[in-house]
Design a protein around this ligand. Structure first.
Ligand code: F6P
Length: 532
């Protein structure tokens, strides 16, 4: 199947896709899910290429796998687990069974408990020793940080609860800076960890507990735990009434819909959080029912596969023209790279094609004045994914928003059209002549024919946030199934964790560097000589 696609690509590689782009193509190569529009007309995918890519979905059984995921089959085969983050937003759907047990009553019960708690924090019914909670500190890392951290920023216009801070790094600079800005008597600490064993999180949680105990008598009363490990949260001293649990069928990077989203719920309130869940649920329904040719997650996936596995473009830039989405690229880095950054397929064989791409990005116009130079004129092609809202939340500054939108549309147009040598020469003809004109003009050539897609939406509301994040989750799923890998484990993070634990006594000087490689030993020597 890959050979047919590569042969097709070889046949069209020199084509300028701009020449195909009439209004019929613009309509044919865009699709809607609710009021979200995906435009993938500015790519070199034509109807027969799209047909071949969609064949991949049939050949690899995406539809059957999709059903298996939604119905609680253990598709995370290396860990023997179901993959059911969709159950967390199945607000009015039917029962979902795992091993014959309907998980929905517990999901809905936990959601109701979260809602009750979040509202009590927001209203002041739940208070700290010093009164109403003014600050919430979420301590977690990876999926226990990035989802709510990204979400709280994205939802800034709806944030009417206490201030929210996110501590993830074990670097003491992170927690020290946050705690300096908080009053322990009015701070709520949320320890977010699926396993409740993650070294960084537990270290930070103990630091926060010590900080709070200097001023607060009943420290446990101002701590909340979000975890699957009830025994460990009890050991830490957190009362079960403030523990919000979930099951192992929710992967860390897919967990912001449930308890891990508590800080977001406290920030924007129960109703807005429910709207966020409903947006995701709407995308689930779309993903489950829409034809592939109209199915946004499937289309996003085939565009990704075309660019990465077929064309060989190794990276994917995510460029939100929406400042509140400033952490979206970081969030997607974990979602996509921890999910599809694998080198073997489900059965343990080497992958036939490269694994998922390197995902990176920054909010729109900031990137324009930094790395877009390479995107436009560098020797590598970087497929770009633009996100843009029709409206911001600053009504009085709508004209400024229009300028933002114009910038977004201009970038995809520039990437596609480029600027040829003749045009560059004519723009400079009154300044330079002869060889100097040629030399100067060559620096001003834009090769163009560089692909991008645009995801447009009316406004970044809680509902739209839910739609968009679920869209990306399902895209990762489809790409993972086509590649034949397990998107839901993360063994690649384990080796570093083991070695860090083993190196700690070496760094502290209670164990010698003997047996370490020369480079590591040299670095330890240097750092110890300088006071580590
Ligand atoms: O080390 C990777 C990882 O397991 C992620 O998958 C996860 O999101 C993160 O660590 C945090 O894990 P936990 O929620 O168990 O603390």
């Amino acid at each position: 199947m890959w050979n047919t696609l590569k042969a097709h690509r070889a046949a069209v590689v020199d084509r300028r896709f701009e020449t195909m782009l009439d209004t019929a193509r613009a309509a044919d190569f865009s699709a809607m899910a609710g009021d979200i529009r995906l435009d993938y007309a500015k790519t070199n995918i034509d109807a027969s290429g799209r047909g071949l890519l969609l064949d991949l979905l049939e050949q690899t059984g995406v539809a059957a796998k999709r059903e298996a995921m939604f119905t609680g089959a253990p598709i995370n085969e290396t860990e023997g687990r179901a993959v059911l983050h969709t159950a967390l937003r199945n607000l009015d759907g039917g029962p979902v069974h795992v091993d014959g047990v309907d998980v929905m009553p517990e999901v809905l019960d936990t959601l109701a408990r979260m809602g009750g708690f979040a509202e009590s924090v927001r209203s002041g019914t739940y208070a700290g020793q010093g009164g109403r909670i003014t600050d919430v500190v979420n301590i977690g890392i990876g999926g226990s940080d990035l989802g709510p951290a990204m979400g709280v920023l994205a939802m800034a216009p709806y944030h009417d609860g206490p201030r929210c801070h996110f501590v993830s790094n074990v670097d003491p600079a992170d927690i020290a800076q946050v705690l300096r800005s908080c009053d322990p008597t009015t701070t709520l600490v949320i320890v977010a960890s699926k396993t409740f064993t993650t070294i960084e999180t537990m270290k930070n949680a103990r630091t926060a507990r010590a900080w709070m105990s200097e001023k607060v008598t009943d420290v446990g009363a101002q701590f909340v735990a979000l975890s699957t490990a009830a025994d460990k949260t009890a050991e830490f001293g957190i009362d079960p009434s403030r523990v919000f649990g979930f099951e192992d069928w929710v992967g860390g990077r897919y967990s912001m819909w449930g308890p891990i989203g508590l800080s977001l719920m406290v920030a924007i309130g129960r109703d807005a959080f429910h709207a966020f869940l409903r947006g995701a649920q709407a995308m689930d329904v779309h993903f489950r029912n829409a034809e592939w040719t109209e199915n946004l997650p499937a289309l996003l996936a085939i565009v990704g596969i075309w660019h990465n596995q077929v064309c060989g473009y190794a990276t994917r830039a995510v460029l939100p023209y929406d400042n509140n989405f400033s952490r979206l690229p970081a969030y997607l880095q974990q979602l996509e790279m921890e999910s599809n950054g694998k080198r073997v397929s489900m059965d343990g064989a080497d992958l036939a094609v490269p694994s998922g791409p390197v995902v990176w990005g920054e909010p729109g116009t900031n990137g324009q004045h930094a790395f877009y130079q390479l995107i436009h004129q560098g020797t590598r092609v970087v497929p770009c994914e633009f996100l843009v809202a029709a409206r911001g939340h600053e009504d009085a500054l709508h004209h400024q928003h229009q300028l933002l939108v114009a910038n977004c549309l201009a970038q995809s147009e520039a990437l596609m059209k480029g600027r040829g040598l003749d045009e560059a020469r004519s723009k400079l003809a009154d300044k330079f002549k002869g060889h100097e004109l040629d030399r100067q003009a060559r620096h001003r050539v834009f090769p163009g024919n560089r692909p991008s897609i645009t995801i447009a939406y009316p406004q970044l509301t809680p509902f739209v946030l839910g739609q968009l994040i679920a869209l990306y989750e399902h895209r990762v799923f489809v790409e993972g199934v086509v590649l034949g890998l397990n998107s839901y484990d993360q063994w690649g993070v384990e080796l570093g964790k083991e070695l860090a634990t083993a190196l700690q006594p070496v760094v502290e000087g209670t164990q010698s560097v003997a047996g370490k490689d020369g480079s590591t030993a040299g670095l330890v020597d240097f750092l110890q000589a300088h006071g580590v």
